[in-house]
Design a protein around this ligand. Structure first.
Ligand code: SAH
Length: 463
C-alpha cells in the first residue's frame, strides 16, 4: 500500500526536514507486520513528494498472531485486501516512520513544523464501505479539498458493480502535523477495521491525535465510534474525555451523550472567542491562569503573535497532563522558551505573574470559593496587572435549559457558584472600580431569549 505526500512550499525539499527523512535516500524499516519503505520520487526546489510504501506479509502476520480476522474462513487469512489498502497498518507505519512529524517536532527546522504549507496527499486505495459520502463527511469539515474516484469491481464483461475501494486526493494548506493526525484517526475510522486488539490505550491514542480538532468536528461521535470499532464502552469513555471531563465523574454527573457533545462544542466556541480577544488586544505575552490540561495553550501555539505563553495551575496532575499533551518534554529549546508551565495559585501574590500583556482565566473563577475571590482580584488586577484580562464563566440562568440537570445543581461538582448575567456584570464593575480597568461583557454560545447564552466572557482593559 502506498501513501504519498507532496508539497509545493518553497523550498519544497524542506519536506525532508519535516518528515525527518533525507530526500536523496531510499530507506527501509522493518515493522512487525512487514517492511516500510520511504523514498522521494521527486525532490526539487519547487515540488517534493515523499512516498511511504508498506509491504505487508500475510504469512508473517499470521505467524505473529497479529491477525485481525475472527471469522472461520481460513483462506481469508492469506487472501485479503490488507496488503493493498490504506488501513490501521498504514497509520501504525505513519506513527513509526514519521513519528516526530506526527508529534509536531522538527529538529533541524523548528519553525517549519508550525508553518502551514500547501500539501497534497494521495491515497490510491482507501476502503470505505460508507462510500464517497463518508469520506467527504470526515475530511471536508477539516478544510480539505477532496477528490474521490470509486473503482468498479468488474470489467466490461462482468456486472459486479462498484467496489468499496476509492482513490482519494486531499489538498490543503496546513501544518504537516495536523494533516498526519487527521490521517491517523480518519483512515481507520473510514476503513472501520483494526489489525490489533482494542484496549483502553486506543482512547489515549485517539485523544492524543484527535483531541483538539475532533471536538469541533460535526461528525465527532461517529468518528469516535468507528475509530473504536463500535466498542461502546470505549467510545463512551472517549466522548466523555473529549468533553473535557474526568472519566471517573460520579454517575449522576454523567449527562447523556448529546449533552456531552454540546459541552465540548461550547468549550471550543469559548476558547476560540478568548483567542480572538487576545489576538485583537495585540498581546505578545500571555498567561493562561488555571490552564488545566493546556487546551487554550495548544490553540495559541499556531499564532505567532504570542511570543511568550505561560500556563499556571494549582493542580500538579493537570500540569503533568498539559506538559505531555503539549509535547514539552520533546520540544526544541526555542519552543520551551516560548511555552512554559508552572505551579501556583491565583489566590497568592506571585511576582511570576507580572509583566504580561494579557491573561486568560477560562472557566476558573467558579472553582474558587467566593470568599477567596477577593484575594484573587488583588493578586491579578492589583499586583500582576496585565493590560488585558479575559475571564469566562458559566451563565447560571441558562442551566434550566439543560435537560436532566436538577434545579440548584451546578454544571460541575467542583463549581462553587454559577453566576447570573447581572451577578457577573456586578462583579466586573466592582473589579474595574477597585483596580482601574474597564470591562466589556459578551455572551458565549447560542443565546436564548429569556435565559441568555450558556456561557459569558468579560474582557478587561487596563485604563
Ligand atoms: N482553563 C482550563 C481548565 C478549566 S478547569 C480549560 O478551559 O480547559 C479549572 C482549572 O482551574 C483547573 O485546572 C483547576 O486546577 C484550576 N484552579 C482551581 N483553583 C485554582 C487556583 N486557586 N489557582 C490556579 N488554578 C486553579
Amino acid at each position: 500500500m502506498l501513501l504519498s505526500i507532496t508539497t509545493t512550499y518553497q523550498p519544497a525539499t524542506d519536506l525532508g526536514y519535516l518528515l525527518g527523512k533525507h530526500p536523496g535516500r531510499f530507506q527501509t524499516k522493518a515493522l512487525p507486520f512487514g517492511n516500510a519503505h520511504v523514498f522521494f520520487p521527486e525532490a526539487n526546489e519547487n515540488t517534493c513528494t515523499a512516498c511511504l510504501i508498506l509491504e505487508l506479509n500475510p504469512v508473517e502476520l499470521l505467524k505473529s498472531g497479529n491477525n485481525h480476522f475472527d471469522g472461520g474462513f481460513q483462506l481469508e487469512h492469506f487472501v485479503n485486501d490488507r496488503p493493498y489498502v490504506a488501513s490501521s497498518f498504514l497509520t501504525t507505519a505513519i506513527s513509526k516512520i514519521f513519528g516526530s512529524a506526527l508529534n509536531g517536532n522538527c529538529k533541524e527546522r523548528p519553525g517549519l513544523a508550525e508553518t502551514h504549507i500547501p500539501l497534497v496527499v494521495d491515497l490510491p486505495c482507501l476502503p470505505a464501505r460508507g462510500g464517497e459520502a463518508l469520506i467527504r463527511k470526515f475530511f471536508e469539515p477539516l478544510g480539505y479539498a477532496v477528490d474521490v474516484t470509486q473503482h468498479p469491481l468488474d470489467d466490461q464483461f462482468t456486472s459486479w458493480g462498484n467496489s468499496p475501494y476509492f482513490t482519494v486526493r486531499l489538498q490543503q494548506t496546513i501544518k504537516l502535523q495536523d494533516l498526519l493526525s487527521h490521517l491517523f484517526v480518519l483512515i481507520p475510522a473510514i476503513d472501520h477495521n483494526k489489525h490489533y486488539h482494542m484496549g483502553r490505550e486506543e482512547i489515549e491514542k485517539l485523544l492524543d491525535k484527535g483531541g483538539e480538532w475532533l471536538k469541533a468536528h460535526p461528525e465527532q461521535e461517529y468518528i469516535t465510534r468507528r475509530y473504536l470499532k463500535n466498542r461502546s464502552a470505549l467510545a463512551q469513555a472517549a466522548i466523555t474525555r473529549l468533553a473535557g471531563e474526568d472519566e471517573q465523574a460520579e454517575p449522576e454527573e454523567q449527562e447523556n451523550l448529546k449533552e456531552r457533545i454540546e459541552k465540548a462544542k461550547l468549550h471550543d466556541i469559548r476558547l476560540r472567542a478568548v483567542i480572538e480577544q487576545l489576538k485583537a488586544s495585540g498581546a505578545r505575552s500571555v498567561l493562561d491562569l488555571g490552564c488545566g490540561e493546556g487546551k487554550l495553550i495548544r490553540m495559541l501555539v499556531p499564532h505567532g503573535q504570542f511570543e511568550k505563553i505561560r500556563g499556571m495551575d494549582i493542580s500538579i496532575r493537570s500540569l503533568q497532563n498539559a506538559q505531555r499533551r503539549l509535547n514539552l518534554n520533546d520540544a526544541t529549546p526555542a519552543m520551551r522558551e516560548r511555552i512554559a508551565l508552572f505551579h501556583g495559585s491565583l489566590t497568592y501574590r506571585d511576582d511570576r505573574l507580572q509583566g504580561f500583556d494579557a491573561a486568560a482565566l477560562v472557566e476558573v473563577i467558579e472553582h474558587l470559593d467566593e470568599a477567596r475571590l477577593d484575594a484573587m482580584e488583588k493578586v491579578l488586577f492589583g499586583h500582576a496587572r496585565p493590560g488585558t484580562v479575559v475571564v469566562t464563566t458559566p451563565n447560571g440562568e441558562y442551566n434550566v435549559l439543560f435537560e436532566g440537570m436538577s434545579e440548584g445543581k451546578f454544571r460541575h461538582s467542583d463549581h462553587r457558584f454559577e453566576w447570573t448575567r447581572s451577578q457577573f456584570q456586578a462583579w466586573c464593575d466592582r473589579v474595574c472600580d477597585a483596580h482601574g480597568y474597564q470591562a466589556e461583557v459578551l455572551p458565549l454560545g447560542d443565546e436564548d431569549e429569556t435565559h441568555g447564552a450558556p456561557s459569558q466572557m468579560a474582557v478587561f482593559r487596563q485604563l
